[in-house]
Design a protein around this ligand. Sequence first.
Ligand code: G3P
Length: 495
Amino acid sequence: MAQYLLAIDQGTTSSRAIVFSAQGLPVARAQQEFTQYFPQDGWVEHDGEEIWLTTLKVCREAIQQSGLNPADIAAIGITNQRETTLVWDAVTGTPIHPAIVWQDRRTADYCSELKAAGHEADVAARTGLLIDPYFSATKLRWVLENVPGARERAERGELRFGTVDCFLLWRLTGGKAHRTDATNASRTLLFNIHSQQWDLDLLKLFGIPASLLPEVLDCAAEFGETNPSLLGAGIPVLGMAGDQQAALVGQACFQPGMVKSTYGTGCFMIQNTGERPVVSRNRLLTTVGYRLNGKVSYAVEGSIFVAGAAVQWLRDGIKLISHARDTEALAEQTGDACGVYLVPAFTGLGAPYWDPRARGAIFGLTRDTGIKEIVTAGLQSVCYQTRDLLEAMAQDGAAAPSALRVDGGMVENNWVMQFLADILGVPVERPEVTETTALGVAYLAGLQAGLYRDLDEVAGHWHRQQRFVPRMAEAHRKKLYEGWLDAVQRVRSGA
Ligand code: G3P
């Protein structure tokens, strides 16, 4: 029996593919960055064709590097940047507009109108989300309103909508499968997380024809089979989850109360709340953690829009560093940034502030502030934002986690991990495999393929690589965090 799994991880800045053994160890991997388009202030787009072509390329490379015969791959799992919205022609599969990325704020005014009209409480009760440009519904509506003829074509059933998972599945299956999973659906603002169905009232509110929408399956299910001409064999796609939910699975956070935080382009902290959808009073999101055999495990999520993207900006935007890895040595020389705070609200602020009109700033500059202080402040901003989320969870009544499981590219930086533990006052645990997102969806595909009996068996594969224990004095922690709160207050739009 085939014992290997191919995970596709289509993220915000790169497409990746990793071949895993059934033991959850990476055997081969390939990665390709792709173009980010910023056509206007607050707008972020991707080219759907480039998403597809880079994904196909990395899949082929990873399979080739693994030395496996494609037929030895038991199943594929797809995980993805969530909320990013694509609309394509139902016959040709060609997108009718660039993908509108989750970070894109172009629908901020429409969201304000909806809130002013008093819709937020009802939308939140159905979806677990807030009215914010982050989610797919207002982006989809924007496409229908702004691409000539799109609404009429949608009404005639000639178009399909999907988040990136759904688009890739469509392409991989040669247009045979128009499906998504419950976690991705739960980020659209159109899906009722209680009934686990598209919500007809919300479709009406946002003006979305139902024919656009994909079928919603469990995270481990028969999604379709790849067209054999693409990867050298017809491989079943058996797993699917939004990247943050996949990371929850990869981190084996299966017990209520367990928390993980993933540091990719953004940072997303998710706490498993079990069978109960917990409603936050502090503007955290209620979302589907995973759905297996029709049973939902809910989660509470704090979403921060800029984490790794701050380091990317330091490198590519203002060119203070040549490589992301240089930040660790610079921060070690600096200590705690000497009162400099960088608030990376480049595309507004996410949880718990939800302020799409806020913009970034650097505070506390003095004559002797240099590159290393600004870089350190950029790294610290990621940790302070994590603390904001933990505070919101605590105010919602969640017990402080005994440890925070972390993953994603930034967690290789030991300085960041120690500062994170210090500023949270909570131990931070880094697993052996930090490609947790890809691993999580490989596990989901493996569950469906019968490589794993159940989640307990999956949890048995999780191993800690390092634990960072807080060692900062409480008074210092308090002083630093208060400085951050003051800086955030100054970038708020007041909207
Ligand atoms: O909600 C957006 C999120 O899924 C993006 O994840 O890893 O690309 O920052 P990432």
